[in-house]
Design a protein around this ligand. Sequence first.
Ligand SMILES: CC(C)(COP(=O)(O)OP(=O)(O)OC[C@H]1O[C@@H](n2cnc3c(N)ncnc32)[C@H](O)[C@@H]1OP(=O)(O)O)[C@@H](O)C(=O)NCCC(=O)NCCS
Length: 254
Amino acid sequence: MENLPQLNLEPGQVHVWFTCPEDIQDPDLLASYHSLLTEEEKEKQARYIMPWHRHTSLVSRALVRCVLSRYAAVKPREWRFDKNNHGKPRLAEECLLLPLQFNLAHTHGMAACAVTLNGSVGVDVERWDRQRDFDRLAARYFSPYEANLLKEVPEYAKRRLFFNIWTLKESYIKARGVGLSMGLDLFSFEAAESGHPRIVLDPLLEDDPQAWAFRLLTPTEHHVAALAVERQPDSACKVQSRFIIPLIHEEVMA
Ligand SMILES: CC(C)(COP(=O)(O)OP(=O)(O)OC[C@H]1O[C@@H](n2cnc3c(N)ncnc32)[C@H](O)[C@@H]1OP(=O)(O)O)[C@@H](O)C(=O)NCCC(=O)NCCS
């Protein structure tokens, strides 16, 4: 892995890296991941009570560090991070050799790290084969437009549409980096069943819908991921998905 040529990101290009934490169980490899973490990260990781949460946190830290090192001559353990006022992790100033932007998401069976240059990026990933009371959740978390849309779709299409909208909303919140301080009913997604969803924004949010591109991805048959990317002048948003086992293996996904 160490000898791989560095990757370039063109303006507007986004790479999304997926890994399956549960599939990574080799104790030596996990010890290598642990050795990449700062003392603060080790303490945070050890505080998780649930073993799967602790494991996902460890693999996620290795994911972010190894992925970032594919774009700059910085070793995985040398990256340093800080956070914005709402807790969104970003590169510490001393590591801003390139204007790299990244965002991380994790759920049962999957972690994802999106990387781009200059513009903000947000990613969310969810298992979409879970059964829930989708109409009730939509009434609580979605805009009235989205909740009505969901009510009208036939039962077989409801679950997928719900997770598409959920991950899209989460990706936008994460790209903006303001957490839940932003009202979830102040923005809606149209065409959320398609490859190119569009956002509709309440003027209260003081944001331009044209400034953002959204994509839905299907990293496995059980998972859906959504990406929010701040558009760059004169360049189309191009997304490439990659699968990685940090320090061991990587490949471009079809
Ligand atoms: C923290 C939050 C950004 C996402 O949390 P989440 O969905 O539980 O978790 P995800 O796996 O998507 O993302 C977690 C990662 O996002 C990153 N993150 C943390 N705060 C963030 C912020 N303000 N903005 C962007 N990314 C953030 C971190 O890297 C975090 O992982 P880490 O703690 O291991 O470093 C926040 O939006 C939240 O609490 N959302 C609640 C979910 C909700 O109600 N969604 C409604 C959608 S309709």
